[in-house]
Design a protein around this ligand. Sequence first.
Ligand SMILES: [Zn+2]
Length: 434
Amino acid sequence: MSVGSSYFPERGNEGYWAEHYELTLDYRVGANRLRASAVISAFATGSLDGFTLDLADALRVTRVTVDGVPARFTHRDDKLRVAPARPLQEGTLFVVEVGYGGSPRPLPSRWGGLGWEQLTDGVIVASQPTGAPSWFPCNDRPADKSTYRMSITTGSAYTVAANGRLTSSRRAASTTTWVYEQAEPMATYLATVQIGRYQVAEIPGPVPQHLLYPLRLASRARADFARQGQMIDLFTDLFGPYPFPSYTAVVVDDDLEIPVEAQGLSIFGRNHLNGRRGEERLVAHELAHQWFGNSLTVGCWRDIWLHEGFAAYAEWLWSESSGGESADTLATRWHRKLSTLPQDFLLSDPGPRRLFDDRVYKRGALTLHALRRTLGDEPFFTLLREWTTTYQHSTTTTPHFVNLATRHSPAPLTPLFTAWLHTERLPPLSGGMS
Ligand SMILES: [Zn+2]
């Protein structure tokens, strides 16, 4: 079994950790042509005669160097195999540079195409969970979080958004080069580039927020994201400080099945807007992923409830605090609904097929609600803030959370967690109460 994940054994690579990615992308929108280089700084965890990177076969590799010296390579089955001229010593840093290009396209998955995707007039990159190799060579495992610098050159008619801070945008003739730096470590699946003919608006609030949208959707977009600043205030109160320097929401001029989170950025489809905040719960959900998923990232996909259960619960917390239904009402209703659906998975290990199953999301939220009822509001939210502080910008597991929660409870929590996480049958909502 690969180090990547027991859910996606074909992904992730052994023998090293990536530390920093420097991606230089030159992209032509209409033609969908990419010319790129990736400079990856990595740390060898063993002595290496060779190593592999994840990269889609759709892209053609033109050259590979290791520490500046040309290296032999082969590229097939979405793996780039590199043999450096000299073996790498355990415990050393090395730099691999890959020149590549072609027409990037989404990688197939059971959830449809993932990764770099051409839109009607632009690009969306939504990689969760395994789409990152569709556009750059990487160690595609969520536990390997790295810093990034991305330089993207494309036609000046387009606005480009990516993760992190925009450090420069330089226009030369008909193209503009946008440079983004992501200083906080980021999992590969959260790396993104968004290209489109977008307007940019600022949303008032406690952290800088940008809203990108096609001109014709301006009034809808502004209305539907109007309360995002208040959401950040609420979540900061409940979950602790917003973990990144800024937040960007992008509305693409295409329909999307679901919105997607990236680090410091979320992407919505035009179908998620109606101008009357009709899908506001999704705005709250994606925002909450900045804490749960992006700052605190699972090392293995089996722990997905630590992302989706928390983001789903954040929807209920926003509803409760903004004059909508209380979390208790929503929990009761969803508990009733889940009790009529098949109870055929463990929340602690739902299996790759159910990674994005709504039952995983809702049962995760219910688990948190049951925990909140057991602990009481003050200890519960203190626990959430300690959770986000302790594991900020790092990798998390279900036992990490269970251990921390246990420290906030005078009574044993084993019955509660066994019933909700490690048993298929849905427990009563009051189950495990002290
Ligand atoms: Zn989500």
